[in-house]
Structures are given as structure tokens and as C-alpha cells.
Design a protein. Structure first.
Length: 322
């Protein structure tokens, strides 16, 4: 084939994008004997821990619907919102609905992680923090759905529909390490950094308050993931270490390329905490090169013990100002 095919995201999910998984594509083509088969790395530019069935599958989220069963406290009227034209309000609503759906799915992702930790005899502090993170994701989702209602031109109360959840994965150190690295060490770090970057140009106070809370909580969730990986490496030995490095290598191969700023991005979106696509990609690149990759090197290198002790204070502050 000629140039690698590009994929610009699902039409109804502007927060989701993908890039070609070259290695996975080669394996799939060899296995199926079909030169047109392509595999992709999925990137979900939303908050929270993604609910994945497999490393190559897109995150699972519930469809949004009109419901009174899942929403946060109503927000007071705001002149800056009321004066926006309906298409702009719909765009803001849809972006916050995407974040809300991702946060809602994170509730299930942490619940599954807790069960997987129990199966491997995890210590009490990891179990408690995993349960606490799930409760925090409920609060995030409620607040994001309330934000979506704030921007909806009809002021509808929106929330999640049913979510089909994947089962608990095989109880093995290598599995736990690889899954926790991708879903926690990487995705939660990116979620925290994304919220920090969105705060830069955000002038809307309710949005700033929510983004600040999400940044703090997701940073703490990322730290939990690093602590979990460090514990699993001590217990799982070389097999777990090999799985960690393999997951990191495969993920790095699929990182999105940097792009120029989007010329059609309305500056008013930034005032309400919405990054354009080039800024979203920059978050992934900076999060990997400035936070995840250095911590990974420290964890698996000769100073892994120091990295283990320091991982509980994982922060995005040094990169958010880059």
C-alpha cells in the first residue's frame, strides 16, 4: 500500500481519534491474509480512566440521554452563556457530554480494577484508594453532565444511558501491569494535564472550578496507577517487567503527531475550557515525553525503589506550564 491510511475520529465522537498501529496491522494482515486490514491505536481526549475491553479497542462509554437520574447541582444563570448562539452552545454541550460519558465509564473502570487487585492479593491502601477513585469519578461525571445541561439550548437534564461493561480480566501480574500502565499511568496523567492546559485560557469561573478539581483528582489517580505498577513489579518479577516495557513500547509507537493550530477553532471555546485538536495532541506528546516516559525509566531502572517512593506525588505542574 502507499501512504498509511489516516483516521480522523468517529463522526459522533469528536474527542476520539486514532493513528495507525503499524505492528498490529502487520500481524493482522499476516494472520488473516488480507492486505486491506488495518489496526489503530485509539486516543480518547476525555477525562478519567478509560473502560477498555482490550488494548486495541476504543473506550466504552454510555450514550447520553435525557434523564433526571444522574446530574449534579444546577448551575446559576450566566450572561456569558445566555448570549451564545445555539450552535456554539450545542458544541460546548457536546464536548462536555463527551467528558461526562468518559468520567461515567471511569466508575466501572475503577470498579473492575478493584476486583482485579483483590484477585491478586493487593494491600489495603491500594484497594481503598481504588474505591475512593471510583467515588470521585461519580462526582466528576455528575458535574460534567451538569455542565452539559448548562450549555444545552433547551436546558435539558442529561445523563448516561445503560453501559455494557466488560468482565474482569485474567488474574495475572503481566496483565495487571500492562492494563494499569495504559489505563492509569498514561491515561490518567493525560487527563490531569489536559485539564491543566484547558485552565490556561479558561475565563469562565464554574468551568475553572471543575477543571481544577479534575486536574487534582486525576493526578492523584495517576499516582495510584504508578503505585500499583510498582507493587505488581515487585510481586510479578521479570514477567511483569517485560509486559510493562512491551505495553510502553507499543503505546509510544502510536502517539499522535503534532499538528498546527486549528484555524477553525473558535476562541470562545477556550474561554469555556475546550482545547483545539492541535492542543489536545500536544497534551499527549508532552504527557508522554515529560512525565510518563521519565517515570517509567526511573521505575524499571537502577533507581526503581526511589521512583516507587516518589510516585505517590506524581504531578503535572512542571509540564502544564510548558
Amino acid at each position: 500500500m502507499g501512504d498509511d491510511p489516516a483516521y480522523d475520529g468517529l463522526s459522533k465522537r469528536p474527542s476520539m481519534q486514532a493513528s495507525l498501529n503499524q505492528h498490529g496491522t502487520e500481524l493482522a494482515r499476516a494472520r488473516q491474509g488480507d492486505g486491506d486490514v488495518c489496526c489503530y491505536h485509539w486516543f480518547e481526549y476525555c477525562s478519567g480512566r478509560p473502560l477498555l475491553e482490550s488494548a486495541s479497542s476504543p473506550p466504552r462509554v454510555a450514550a447520553s440521554c435525557e434523564t433526571q437520574s444522574f446530574h449534579g447541582d444546577p448551575m446559576p444563570p450566566c450572561a456569558a452563556v445566555e448570549t451564545l448562539e445555539p450552535p456554539m452552545r450545542e458544541s460546548l454541550r457536546d464536548r462536555w457530554l463527551a467528558d461526562a460519558a468518559a468520567e461515567h465509564a471511569s466508575i466501572a473502570a475503577f470498579a473492575r480494577q478493584t476486583l482485579e487487585l483483590v484477585a491478586l492479593g493487593a494491600p489495603a491502601d491500594l484497594l481503598a484508594d481504588s474505591q475512593r477513585a471510583s467515588l470521585e469519578e461519580i462526582e466528576h461525571a455528575s458535574a460534567c453532565y451538569a455542565m452539559a445541561r448548562r450549555f444545552d439550548p433547551q436546558g435539558r437534564s442529561l445523563g448516561p444511558g445503560p453501559l455494557s461493561t466488560p468482565g474482569v480480566r485474567p488474574s495475572a501480574w503481566a496483565q495487571l501491569v500492562a492494563d494499569t500502565f495504559v489505563e492509569g499511568c498514561v491515561a490518567e496523567t493525560i487527563a490531569a494535564l489536559r485539564a491543566e492546559r484547558a485552565l490556561r485560557d479558561c475565563t469562565d469561573e464554574p468551568t475553572r472550578a471543575l477543571l481544577s478539581r479534575i486536574a487534582d483528582d486525576e493526578s492523584r489517580h495517576a499516582a495510584l496507577a504508578w503505585r500499583t505498577v510498582a507493587w505488581a513489579l515487585r510481586s510479578g518479577g521479570e514477567t511483569a517487567k517485560h509486559a510493562l516495557l512491551a505495553a510502553a513500547h507499543e503505546f509510544a509507537r502510536g502517539l499522535p503527531a503534532a499538528t498546527a493550530a486549528s484555524p477553525d477553532h473558535d476562541d470562545r471555546l477556550r474561554a469555556f475550557g475546550i482545547l483545539d485538536r492541535s492542543a489536545e495532541r500536544r497534551v499527549w506528546i508532552d504527557g508522554w515525553t515529560e512525565i510518563v516516559e521519565p517515570m517509567l525509566r526511573a521505575l524499571v531502572g537502577p533507581r526503581s525503589r526511589d521512583a516507587d517512593q516518589g510516585s505517590s506525588t506524581c504531578s503535572v505542574s512542571s509540564v502544564s506550564s510548558a
